[in-house]
Design a protein around this ligand. Structure first.
Ligand SMILES: Cc1cc2nc3c(=O)[nH]c(=O)nc-3n(C[C@H](O)[C@H](O)[C@H](O)COP(=O)(O)OP(=O)(O)OC[C@H]3O[C@@H](n4cnc5c(N)ncnc54)[C@H](O)[C@@H]3O)c2cc1C
Ligand code: FES
Length: 285
């Protein structure tokens, strides 16, 4: 018998940012901070990796930006609809130990990964400072949840519409100047992780980033998620997705992420024109 995963809740959080709560007991009961799932909406659907952002009983939450065909399709699903396949939890959990003060920096939708890490870091006995950055106030997500999960929360917006006017990296530098920081997580777009990680390099602070290369199988077989860390090829799906930020070759990662952009654009355009032609809100991938 085919198991389908029921969507419990579907909600927009900000412009182009959407959350889904999905009933997936086999994932929910084993998930740890830093891990991800691979969704396939239906038989014809592509497989896309999404971080496990929260767990509640038998359900998991994923938060995603609608940037292409599959995330646009996912955001159109409602409570009561089903996902055909969910593989996970995948990847190595975050390396959380008692180390002192941990700073968690989120950029844009990358913030979705932080509350679960914040709670785990606090449970391990750390003081946890959250820094959440976005382009503007309307794009900030999970502010209340992060305030609740952290000992202290700082907000930055690029345009100054809320909190500190500037980048999350600036707040990280200010925090490091103010107090001793023992470990840092930075999760966001690759360029933001690359630039922000420079702030901790010279100080020698252990810094983790969560990498987002293209993934297909999520089991270390296909090789599509290969990244270069410390000069060696690693598979983000099984060796990561979190790695030592100061050892990651971000330039190669960014080149590889952009590799299929023309095909992705064409696929989204086809989906959107087909979805518009569908009557009664029924869409096919
Ligand atoms: C471990 C991991 C966790 C992730 N967690 C999140 C998350 O929590 N929230 C979120 O918004 N995004 C997350 N992503 C990125 C997300 O998987 C892509 O945004 C998604 O696959 C885009 O699919 P699409 O069809 O909508 O877009 P497409 O038009 O197909 O692609 C748009 C861009 O998304 C990326 N992408 C496309 N296909 C894949 C794929 N199979 N694997 C990885 N990246 C892909 C590429 O950068 C591509 O240029 C994660 C990626 C990884 C590797
Ligand atoms: S996704 Fe295939 S090896 Fe990692």
């Amino acid at each position: 018998m085919k198991i389908l995963y029921r969507i419990e809740k579907s909600q927009s959080l900000a412009d182009k940012v959407h959350q889904l709560w999905v009933n997936a007991p086999h994932v929910a009961h084993h998930a740890q901070a830093g891990q991800f799932v691979i969704f396939r909406i239906d038989e014809k659907g592509e497989r896309i990796p999404l971080t496990i952002s929260a767990v509640d009983g038998d359900s998991i939450r994923v938060i995603f930006m609608t940037i292409g065909k599959t995330t646009t399709h996912l955001a159109r699903l409602s409570a009561g609809d089903h996902i055909q396949d969910i593989a996970g939890p995948l990847g190595k959990p975050s390396e959380i130990v008692k180390s002192g003060t941990c700073v968690l920096v989120g950029g844009g939708v990358g913030t979705a990964s932080l509350p679960i890490i914040a709670r785990a870091a606090k449970s391990a006995g750390n003081r946890v400072i959250g820094i959440v950055g976005a382009r503007n106030a309307d794009l900030l997500i999970l502010e209340d949840e992060m305030r609740d999960a952290c000992d202290e929360l700082q907000i930055s917006t690029d345009d100054g519409s809320k909190g500190f006017h500037g980048f999350a990296a600036d707040l990280l530098k200010q925090t490091m100047a103010r107090e001793k920081v023992d470990c840092v997580w930075i999760i966001g777009p690759a360029i933001m992780m690359k630039v922000t990680a420079e702030a901790t390099r010279t100080a020698g602070i252990k810094t983790y980033v969560s990498l987002n290369p293209i993934m297909v199988d999520g089991t270390g077989m296909c090789g599509s998620c290969r990244v270069i860390v410390d000069g060696e090829t690693r598979f983000a799906c099984v060796d990561g997705p979190e790695f030592d930020a100061h050892k990651v070759d971000f330039n190669t990662l960014m080149q590889r992420i952009r590799m299929y952009q023309p095909e992705e654009k064409e696929s989204l355009e086809k989906f959107q024109s087909h979805a518009c032609a569908c009557k009664g809100g029924e869409h096919h991938a």
